[in-house]
Write a protein that binds this ligand. Structure first.
Ligand code: PLP
Length: 378
């Protein structure tokens, strides 16, 4: 489709040509298995080690392990299951929140089948967990807290720094953070975070690449058995070209973070200004000055699915629910958790920006939205 306006960057981003180029070159040159002991294999192994080092350097981390995964879903599963299975003698209680991505929430809930007990924290009207409700939920046998830093549907930022500082008092509790929508976008203080997950495809890397980064002291049990690669935590021949190109995507994202933030802020301010001027039609579900990347709103008098389709027919790609849920759920669990209002939760639209979007694209979105709302019946 010519002249597409892509405003669904929280679902996935377009791969950076530089990253794709690295991927292609490494695939052709470093094809040997990094576990092979011949010299070609050792060259691959060195490149893999270098990629790990680059990742830790760019994030300024020193006491950490890097585990390459196929994406954040796998990283979240490994963090949660791996930690619970390795540490079950220390306790059986896990805390998470109602608005986590399903790869966290469903994994934590699944642990109930293995005898674990779960507290799901509610969120406030701004989509954040309250530190006091976390404090109240902690039990003698709590071993894991898993929270996202930035919500993928509304962009809400959780008080991760405050939670991490508080959890320091509980050496038995590991703190896992889903950083997928935060990394390369917002400044992050990694102190007091024991493990975090990243997806390559949300930062212009390749689909199929992801990371779990953990403090060395954190002990996990592998969830798949095999040849013992990735320090025995993720068996299977390492996809070196994906790993090395993820290191590059991450470096580019972190290097561009401050500039990209400024660019995107101009775009979200224009859109928020328009939405605020039209309070009779829209309710804004994103409150955050601090996160311009996601603007979510509910249509007060129209069906979101109809509007999203009409925008798509005009070449403007936005989403109604998060991409993972768009096909099998019909309302936003996140917006419902914020207001307990099904009508608002049914009719959400998420605009997710990227450094490559332009103000002209935002103007086109606004113009088309106006026309579509007039055209379709309420
Ligand atoms: C917050 C969050 N966590 C986890 C994931 C899952 O990532 P992946 O697609 O790499 O498995 C996503 C993707 O939508 C996400 O937005």
């Amino acid at each position: 489709m010519a002249n597409v306006i892509y405003l669904d960057n929280a679902a996935t981003t377009k791969v950076d040509p530089e990253v794709l180029n690295s991927y292609n070159q490494i695939t052709l040159k470093y094809f040997a298995n990094p576990s092979s002991i011949h010299s070609l294999g050792q060259e691959s192994s060195r490149l893999l080690d270098k990629s790990r080092e680059q990742i830790l350097n760019v994030l300024k981390l020193t006491h950490h392990d890097v585990i390459f995964t196929s994406g954040a879903t796998e990283a979240n599963n490994l963090a949660i299951k791996g930690y619970c299975f390795a540490n079950r003698s220390r306790g059986k209680h896990i805390i998470t929140s109602a608005t986590e991505h399903s790869s966290v929430l469903n994994t934590v809930l699944e642990m109930q089948d293995f005898g674990f007990e779960v507290t799901v924290l509610p969120v406030n009207k701004e989509g954040q967990i309250e530190v006091n409700s976390l404090k109240a939920a902690i039990r003698e046998d709590t071993i894991l807290v898993s929270l996202m830093m930035v919500n993928n549907e509304v962009g809400a930022i959780n008080p991760i720094k405050e939670v991490g500082e508080y959890l320091k008092k509980f050496p038995k509790i590991a703190f896992h953070v889903d950083m997928v929508q935060a990394i390369g976008k917002l400044p992050i203080d990694f102190n007091n975070i024991d493990m975090f997950s990243i997806a390559g495809h949300k930062i212009h890397g390749l689909l199929g690449s992801g990371l779990l980064i953990k403090e060395k002291k954190i002990i996990l049990k592998a969830i798949n058995q095999g040849g013992g690669q990735e320090n025995n935590l993720r068996s299977g021949t390492n996809t070196l070209a994906l790993s090395a190109s993820l290191a590059k995507a991450l470096r580019l994202a972190i290097e561009g973070e401050a500039n990209n933030f400024k660019k995107v802020k101009v775009l979200s301010e224009r859109l928020l200004g328009y939405l605020k001027d039209n309070k009779d039609k829209y309710l804004i579900n994103s409150y955050y000055e601090d996160n311009p990347y996601i603007v979510n709103f509910s249509l007060l008098h129209h069906k979101a699915s109809v509007v999203v389709e009409a925008l798509s027919n005009r070449g403007i790609m936005v989403s109604s629910l998060s991409a993972c849920h768009a096909k099998n759920e019909d309302y936003s669990k996140v917006v419902y958790a914020m207001y307990q209002d099904l009508n608002l939760a049914h009719n959400t639209i998420r605009i997710s920006f990227d450094k490559d979007n332009t103000i002209e694209e935002v103007e086109a979105l606004i113009k088309n939205l106006e026309e579509i709302l007039k055209e379709i019946k309420q």
